[in-house]
Design a binder for this molecule. Structure first.
Ligand code: CA
Length: 515
């Protein structure tokens, strides 16, 4: 499954290391740098360019009425995917897939991480994307939200205590031995006071900057890039991940976003903000829409500041920049209050834009990328395809980013995965996880099957013909679509078998799903 681009890429990387005009002499490394920016709960539809020429004819949905000027420009310099999927569209499980290139049943993170779920934490023995970059001689830096660790009572300021007092604790401090090759650290577990964020640095010192978190993180990234304080070794290429929290909830007040961004949306009627025909404009949550879109615009500005710094420092040409997200946000679509964890396109479809000047020719592509593909693809783009660990389940799609006609199978399906808490012990600690739903997303259809916790029999199904019903308004009965269901279940069964999923192991719904 793994394709190496090593020789091609190393040659191209050399070609793209020509020095640029700058007021400071820039050391260009032979291998490309990479910056991966992924805000939280940022849906693919919330990018303005999808409504613009060159993009609107590539998708069958309306763009949200958002202002994203920096992403609009960036998209025109990038390979932009219409169909990148967060297979298990929830914070920690996505981050596990992103970091390890493995599905939630192998990454160590089947459930959102908190102190009641010791079975859900990034595997310490997994070779993460940052481990590989580090071993290949990169400086690796992590900024922002991680949310991939089981919180431990290891507060650097109060040893023996969790970093927060509520139970279960969600926020976490990640000590050096659990940083997987990241040698520069400015991060936290999960915390939702967007204008009062906190971070622990490389040495475990806590910082509380009282600044809207995406803008603060952009500032910290720029400081790292400028390297005025010796943050990095300029002779080494760098790999940076930036996990921004907004546009994550809450989005209720000006405590959650910047006023200048809110002013762009505050006077618009909700019907002009929630333009998707599947949106419940009358829902209580609809009042969040102007704050959500304001957060999107603020994230766009923070992202633009990082791009501007790269340009100013002469690092633009030799730095691959990716913009993505951990999952989407339903924002009243499908009349649900649950923003994520569902197979709806607003929840599962994430932004995925990759810019690599002079190497990737800008275009829009519709191959279906799965979250575990991201890690091997990032390594492939940097010429490290040979270093992808054997255990990785995702595919190195770098050849497809390089060339739409590359001689490899174009992925055209993605799994959907939902897990819930299983058995608990006498202290309320979760001991197992219950694989409540599995599904498949293809170019034409979305199918999700839900099972009953006790009987493990089919409880509910969702089947949409997305190619004709992009807003997923009509749930097709399985009985009336037997041929389609059979085809989808055959593909899904083969994919679940390939990843050694619990549904395959336990032969779940084997009357319907072919393993
Ligand atoms: Ca999340």
């Amino acid at each position: 499954m793994k394709t190496s681009l090593n020789y091609v890429m190393s040659g191209l990387a050399l070609l793209s290391t020509q020095s640029c005009v700058s007021n400071k002499e820039v050391v260009q490394t032979e291998q490309p740098n990479l910056i991966y920016v992924f805000p939280d709960q940022y849906r693919n539809q919330a990018m303005e360019f999808w409504g613009q020429e060159g993009f609107s004819d590539k998708v069958n949905f309306k763009a949200d009425p958002v202002h994203t000027p920096n992403l609009n420009d960036f998209a025109r310099q990038s390979v932009v995917l219409t169909s990148a999927m967060s297979n298990c569209p929830l914070s920690s499980p996505h981050r596990g897939m992103l970091l390890t290139g493995m599905y939630p049943n192998k990454s160590g993170i089947p459930l959102n991480c908190n102190s009641s779920r010791p079975i859900s934490s990034l595997r310490e023995d997994a070779t993460c994307v940052s481990d590989v970059f580090s071993q290949a001689g990169y400086d690796c830096a992590y900024f922002g939200k991680l949310h991939a660790d089981f919180p431990l009572p290891n507060d650097p300021e109060s040893p023996g205590k969790y970093v927060e007092s509520r139970w279960p604790a969600w926020d976490a401090y990640t000590p050096a031995e659990r940083r997987h090759g990241f040698n520069y650290w400015y991060s936290y577990g999960t915390f939702d006071e967007h204008k009062n964020p906190h971070y622990w640095d490389t040495d475990g010192k806590k910082h509380e900057p009282k600044e809207w978190s995406p803008l603060h993180e952009a500032k910290q990234v720029i400081k790292y890039l400028k390297n005025e304080g010796g943050e990095r070794d300029e002779k080494k290429p760098f790999f940076i991940m930036v996990g921004m929290n907004p546009p994550h909830s809450p989005y209720r007040t000006l405590e959650d976003c910047e006023e200048q961004d809110y002013n762009l949306y505050k006077d618009k009627p909700l019907s002009e903000l929630l333009v998707r025909p599947n949106a419940g404009v009358d829902m209580k949550k609809a009042a969040s829409a102007p704050f959500y879109f304001a957060s999107v615009t603020g994230v766009d500005r923070a992202f633009g500041q990082i791009l501007a710094a790269l340009k100013e420092l002469g690092l633009e040409k030799n730095t691959i920049v990716v913009f993505a997200s951990d999952h989407g946000e339903t924002m009243c679509s499908q009349w649900t209050n649950d923003p994520k964890n569902s197979p709806y396109s607003e929840s599962m479809n994430i932004p995925f834009l990759v810019r690599y000047p002079d190497v990737l020719k800008p275009r829009v592509d519709n191959f279906i990328m799965s979250a575990p593909d991201i890690m091997p693809t990032l390594l492939g783009l940097c010429g490290l395809g040979q270093q992808i660990p054997e255990e990785v389940q995702g595919r190195n799609l770098a050849p497809l980013f390089m060339d739409a006609n590359a001689k490899m199978v174009r992925p055209d399906a993605a799994l959907y995965i939902q897990n819930l808490d299983g058995e608990k012990d006498e202290n309320g600690l979760v001991k197992t996880y219950f694989p409540s739903s599995r599904g498949i997303k293809t170019q034409d259809y979305t199918l999700a099957l839900y099972i009953d916790k006790k009987t493990k029999q089919l409880k509910k199904s969702l089947l949409f013909k997305d190619s004709e019903d992009p807003y997923q308004l009509k749930n097709l009965p399985l009985e009336e679509n037997k041929e389609v269901v059979k085809e989808l279940c055959t593909r899904m069964g083969a994919m679940l078998k390939e990843i050694d999923d619990p549904w395959f192991q336990q032969n779940i719904l084997s009357d319907l799903v072919t393993y």
